[in-house]
Design a protein. Structure first.
Length: 161
């Protein structure tokens, strides 16, 4: 049974504005700032046309996205693989894949694969790891990124319905 739930009309319009385009699939806001602005969305594991969507959690907050982009640009992505224990990273990928599998609505489509950001090993995208950490507090790379960019106190986790 799927755990996926839809965004409301207000969130859909806000996320469209934050992305500067319409989202390609269904989603729900799962982390917000204290003022209600979306920080992280959970994507349905398939786009509207049935294409697998490997990225379950997507960082949509512009300020955090820019801060993470600066980290990626200055320090690179793969450096973070050396900062965490391999088994912890492997575990984060496996748990991410399990959460995404639980959110699948259309079992008739080809399932997305991989872990955080669609990769099976290593680190592909710091934005995806931070989004995963903000939702679960269970991603060793996301935890380091959160520390390095100093997440403001105005970011809170949403309690799921």
């Amino acid at each position: 049974m799927s755990t996926f739930h839809d965004a409301n009309v207000h969130d859909a319009a806000t996320v469209r504005e934050l992305l500067n385009r319409p989202p390609a699939g269904r989603f729900a806001v799962v982390v917000r700032r204290t003022d209600g602005m979306p920080v992280v969305i959970e994507n349905e594991p398939h786009l509207r046309d049935g294409t697998p969507m490997p990225t379950l959690y997507w960082l949509v907050d512009r300020a955090l996205h820019e801060a993470v982009s600066r980290l990626e640009g200055s320090r690179g992505v793969h450096r973070y693989e050396e900062l965490v224990k391999p088994d912890e990273l492997t575990g984060a990928h496996a748990r991410y894949a399990q959460r995404r599998a639980a959110a699948i609505v259309h079992a008739e489509f080809v399932a997305p694969t991989g872990g955080v950001g669609g990769t099976r090993v290593g680190v592909k995208c710091l934005h995806a790891h931070l989004a995963n950490w903000l939702v679960t507090h269970d991603d060793p790379v996301g935890a380091i990124v959160a520390t390095e960019i100093d997440i403001p106190d105005t970011v809170i986790e949403l309690v799921r319905p």
